[in-house]
Design a protein around this ligand. Structure first.
Ligand SMILES: [Zn+2]
Length: 292
């Protein structure tokens, strides 16, 4: 089954909602980065949220980047998504192994730690939009709900989950975002609060065979839910030798000179997909010349 996102409205368009199945793309992220289970869960949650947020953008070339920089052992996680359902990401440290909270429950919060969650959107305007909030629990869903409420003034409920199987493969990954528009009434708000607080975790619902449609129906079914769109989503990098070369721009001039003086071509890997690109001395000299 392929991954997809659904978009919906409820309560006479005073509520908008998104739900995703992201099992495949999370499995792909795990394969690329060789993540251990708690990192698979953390990155999968952030990729799922990023993918849904990407589907909120309208412009052809719009891009959104989520950066979660906590003081936990994972270090920074970065997720980038475009408006065409292409999402990618990487953790600073994929090989984190920490004790489980209790039987079967991965401790994502401790692996992420506390710090800053930054959302940066390039919507083709002069300046990209940047919003940062303090990481609340490191569980990611809570942190994004806090971000939407505080930074975008949109009260939101966010549920994200990744179920890692006993063999460390990804069994289920998915999530939902439910957002209140300014004209949502009290009755709608309390109905959503009740449904979300009483609901099972996303992965438990998926384990019962529930689809993204079923999950929104379960949460918003009494509020005249209307599913408006179904969009494919995938893990896709789209890097090129030229784009990866721009990463060389972060190398100091002295270091670049040293590499050139060594006289051997170098290999640079894309952070998002691990594709390796080789740069000859001539190419490095061209980069150096551009700098000078
Ligand atoms: Zn790449």
């Amino acid at each position: 089954m392929n991954d997809y996102i659904i978009r919906a409205t409820a309560a006479n368009e005073t509520v908008r909602a998104f739900a995703i199945r992201s099992t495949q793309l999370t499995a792909e992220a795990r394969e690329i980065h060789h993540t251990l289970p708690v990192v698979t869960a953390a990155l999968g949650r952030l990729l799922s949220a990023g993918a849904m947020m990407g589907s909120m953008m309208k412009g052809e070339k719009d891009k959104l980047t989520l950066m979660m920089k906590g003081d936990g052992p994972i270090g920074q996680m970065t997720v980038t998504v475009d408006s065409h359902g292409n999402v990618k990401g990487f953790p600073a440290n994929p090989a984190v192994d920490i004790p489980r909270k209790y039987a079967g429950k991965l401790d994502v919060g401790s692996a992420v730690g506390r710090g800053l969650l930054t959302v940066s959107m390039d919507l083709g305007l002069k300046e990209p939009y940047n919003g940062s909030v303090e990481i609340q629990t490191g569980e990611i869903g809570d942190d994004l709900a806090y971000y939407f409420t505080v930074s975008e003034q949109t009260p939101s409920a966010v549920g994200l989950g990744v179920m890692v199987d006993t063999d460390s493969s990804v069994k289920h990954a998915g999530g939902f975002i439910i957002q209140l528009m300014p004209d949502a009434d009290e009755e709608t708000i309390s109905s959503i609060e009740k449904a979300v607080s009483q609901s099972q975790p996303v992965t438990a619902m998926m384990d019962k065979g529930m689809t993204p449609e079923d999950i929104l129906e379960h949460l918003l079914g009494t509020l005249d839910l209307k599913i408006t769109e179904k969009l494919p989503v995938r893990y896709y990098c789209g890097c090129s030798k030229e784009k990866v070369a721009s990463a060389l721009a972060t190398i100091s001039t002295q270091d670049l000179r040293d590499i050139i003086n060594d006289g051997e071509e170098i290999e640079v890997k894309c952070y998002f997909c691990n594709s390796a690109y080789k740069y000859s001395i001539e190419e490095l000299e061209a980069i150096m010349a551009e700098r000078e």
